[in-house]
Design a protein around this ligand. Structure first.
Ligand code: PFF
Length: 458
């Protein structure tokens, strides 16, 4: 297959991932990000340890996985960006306006997610660079990088956006696929190395017990709802990222099978991240860092990584610097493989619908996102939380619900089967085919509606 051209427009043929493993790594790269490495362990710590892990794993397989197949399927069926792909789902023209509008909202929302992600991604880049400045005799630069300030936030966000832009400019094969294939294995290697290092510290085994031995009495409504929300955010559902990656997937790829691989990689890496961070929290507690408040809640829910873990690394003596470097590189890699999928969604829309070149489209989107970033940084306190809550708390569950409804009700059984059969000729006889159409038609929408209502009632 020829490589992706920077000048690709709607009139030219569509080029995608060259290998199945390239696709799986890129899609898993999108899924694995701050959600897995930061939010998941924090949720585990907040929601009673292993009980949350168990519910999360079950829900990822039973609920997020079928929704992921639906998004990938719509993308590959439409062979285009999420707006055009969603527009192609219904046969009735009146519904086309509804699905297209849903696609446009999803694209706007992913731009907002990209903006808050760039701010946090920038902090990660700062915490990665800080140990380097520390060791090269520039402690004041190191401390500037680690101290919250508007200038630092903006500068680092620009660096993060520029890195994302550079990768996405390379196109699907030379940019996204190549870099995801390089960065993802490195991420797993770093995680495993860090787990071994933390395990040698005092208190780590207690953390492992907390992480692996469930206390079933901790399972309640809130825990289940949090686990559901976490699994949808973690698998990048509801904003078109998986749809655009699905559109680059080869016709003969087995959709349920590749989706399962992505789902297993995503939950597997979340599990590994928990195995690193939960024992690390216990090591930190052992060192006297206060993690939990007297009422049992986390003291620093949002900033745990940026406050508690550096404190822990400092206590590791000379080993602390390379460990901090490895940990924050790992976090930055995870954030970058997610942000490239975020940028790809509006870029695919602009290249295919407005006929812009890839380079021009990505530059325009990045300038727009940078403008949002600057506004959010200028009024950080109300705006940052508002953007996170609007996108992850409202837009993702609602759009995720709509995508399942569109795939379930507006795309006939035969069209769905034809799409699945392309890479799996005997799909019709499988258990998957007996269960999945009902799942996305009824179970997924009911469950997502419940998450949404319950999350926003409390
Ligand atoms: N799944 C990513 C994470 O776990 O951090 C976040 C994400 C990526 C959300 C891409 C939405 C998206 F489109």
């Amino acid at each position: 297959m020829p490589s992706d051209s920077p000048e690709q427009t709607a009139s030219l043929p569509r080029f995608g991932f060259s290998t199945r493993i390239g696709f799986v790594l890129a899609a898993a790269g999108s899924a694995v990000g701050l959600g897995n490495i930061w939010s998941f362990p924090a949720q585990v710590a907040e929601n009673g340890g292993a009980a949350f892990v168990l519910v999360y794993l079950v829900l990822s397989l039973l609920l997020a996985y079928p929704a992921l197949v639906a998004e990938l399927m719509i993308g590959r069926y439409g062979q285009s960006n999420p707006v055009t792909a969603l527009e192609s789902v219904p046969q009735n023209p009146a519904w086309r306006t509804v699905t297209k509008l849903t696609g446009i909202v999803a694209v706007l929302m992913i731009c907002l997610i990209f903006s808050f992600y760039s701010i946090v991604g920038g902090w990660l880049a700062g915490f990665t660079l800080a140990p380097l400045f520390e060791t090269t005799g520039m402690p004041s630069a190191a401390s500037w990088l680690q101290t919250f300030s508007p200038t630092r936030n903006l500068l680092l966000a620009i660096i993060f956006i520029a890195l994302t832009l550079g990768i996405v400019n390379g196109g699907v094969q030379k940019g996204i696929e190549r870099w995801s294939a390089r960065l993802m294995p490195l991420l797993v290697l770093l995680l495993v190395g860090l787990i071994f290092t933390v395990m040698t510290q005092e208190g780590a085994i207690e953390g492992v017990h907390h992480y692996l031995i469930p206390d079933f009495s901790r399972i309640n409504e809130t825990l289940i709802m949090n686990a559901l929300g976490q699994s949808f955010f973690s698998m990048s559902l509801g904003v078109g990222a998986m749809m655009v990656y699905g559109s680059y997937l080869k016709r003969n790829a087995n959709l349920p099978n590749v989706a399962l691989q992505v789902c297993l990689l995503d939950t597997g890496i979340a599990f590994l991240a928990g195995l690193l961070i939960i024992p690390a929290l216990f090591v930190a507690m052992n060192l006297g860092v206060s993690i939990y408040l007297p009422d049992g809640h986390l003291a620093n829910n949002d900033t745990l990584v940026f406050e508690v873990l550096p404190a822990l690394f400092n206590n590791l003596g000379v080993m602390g610097i390379p460990i901090a470097l490895a940990f924050f590189s790992l976090m930055s890699i995870a954030a970058l493989t997610s942000s490239i999928s975020m940028l790809e969604v509006p870029v695919a829309c602009l290249t295919e619908r407005a006929g812009l070149s890839r380079k021009r489209a990505s530059l325009i989107v990045c300038i727009g996102v940078l403008a949002i970033v600057a506004i959010v940084i200028a009024k950080f306190d109300p705006l940052f939380g508002a953007v996170v809550s609007l996108t992850t708390g409202y837009a993702q569950p609602i759009d995720g619900l709509l995508f399942c409804l569109f795939a379930g009700w507006l795309m006939g059984r035969n069209r769905k089967l034809q799409e699945i059969r392309k890479g799996w000729p005997e799909a019709e006889k499988s258990l998957f085919w007996k269960v999945w159409p009902w799942y996305i038609k009824i179970i997924c929408p009911i469950m997502i509606t419940s998450i949404f209502i319950l999350q926003h009632q409390s």
